[in-house]
Write a protein that binds this ligand. Sequence first.
Ligand SMILES: Nc1nc2c(c(=O)[nH]1)N[C@H]1C(S)=C(S)[C@@H](COP(=O)(O)OP(=O)(O)OC[C@H]3O[C@@H](n4cnc5c(N)ncnc54)[C@H](O)[C@@H]3O)O[C@H]1N2
Ligand code: MOO
Length: 432
Amino acid sequence: MTAKSAKPDSKLIDDCFILDKDRLPHQEAIGILKARVHPITGTEQVPLAEACGRFLAEPIVSPRPIPAHDNAAVDGYAFASSDYDAAKGAAFRVIGEAAAGHPFQGSLLSGGAVRIFTGAVVPAGLDTIAMQEDVRVEEREGARGRPCRRDLKAGANRRLAGEDTQPGETLVAAGARLRPQDIASAAATGLGAVHCHAPLKVAVFSTGDEILRPGEAFVDGKVYDANAPMLHGLIRAAGAEAVDLGVLPDTRESVVGALSEASHSFNVIVISGGASQGQEDHVVASIDALGQRHLWQIAIKPGRPMSFGQIGDCVVLGLPGNPVAVFVCFLMYVRPVLTRLAGGVWPEPTRFPVPAAFTQRKKLGRREFWRAKLIRKDGRLLVDKFPRDGSGLISSLREADGFIEVAEDVDEIRIGDVVDFIPFSEFGLDQR
Ligand SMILES: Nc1nc2c(c(=O)[nH]1)N[C@H]1C(S)=C(S)[C@@H](COP(=O)(O)OP(=O)(O)OC[C@H]3O[C@@H](n4cnc5c(N)ncnc54)[C@H](O)[C@@H]3O)O[C@H]1N2
Ligand code: MOO
């Protein structure tokens, strides 16, 4: 991997990214977003069964030890280790029974054992359980004896009260997005509901006179709207509610009117297309007219003309029209913004170091996100770059396993260089 200091590259005069040095570096853009957004939704009690995927407003703290009692890990016989000789094994007289939900009720005698089943409370005074497969049943002097094997450790097959969770322990921190295993943890403490942030309401617009809605009859010269349905899925995967408000024509009045109206009823507006400075691009000018713009043009590829601002309390994220740019901008910028606004902790995807299976030059001074696939070669895991970079190639998104993130100061990746690979699963998008 070759790293150089950023400098203008006169060879690339026809490159529309020539002015990247004047644009905001990725980390500065992240800094602006982080500084500007904070949780904005209300909070509510949510029944556990409905809480998966919600952002937690208050930590989940266990009111009790889990398990609540010492209990049997196996079906067998419980006895006191003080009555047992590990060198010889032992024979016990069975004096009663303990089943899950039905504790032993009798009183214990020295040398007595209790027939016990998995999950049953271990009777007070007993501490060790012999698995029934390790026990031989005998009739001796009229009573049923249970000689059990040698070498059992004191405490064997007993699950201790509190070994999973201690009372007062924080199980899930505020700001976490609840997963099924977190729900199990809360449920095990007896909590019926948890305190969560209300979901964020996000409006989605597409713009462009060329855009047709999927399902409509094709018209020459038009393009079906791939962005709004994709954004819908991405927003839902990020834990927010999405409402698709349709396609706006390329006029200033329609964009200003639609943004203004939506800003009154949504927490966030995500709009794709019309993001740059052509005469048909109205998003940035509309944000300027209606509110404040905090960011526009990032030194990245793809996705450079992304914008971020606010109209009143409504956050507006303007994404470029190219679907690959929408995908990249959403995962790298919009998703963390939505997470934070919804009460979550700013998510940082893990970058996995993986050797490159390809050689590729790159322009200095901007960060690039390359679509990539994991491959196996001679038993090693490598990452291969999708051969074409076009920002309209939805096929590349469909086939990729993730992004390779290439820093501003790198001008070439060579075969064998270790690169930063971000699998799409890091963004909550499942692998097929
Ligand atoms: N002279 C320049 N031209 C362009 C530049 C530049 O710097 N100078 N930047 C290029 C880059 S990079 C991008 S990204 C785009 C950004 O353009 P806009 O956000 O203004 O996007 P549009 O022109 O509206 O659309 C771009 C492209 O995407 C298609 N599109 C738009 N919406 C959808 C949709 N909902 N579903 C599917 N496809 C969509 C649209 O038809 C265009 O092909 O500008 C470059 N040009
Ligand atoms: O950077 Mo554009 O965002 O090529 O699609």
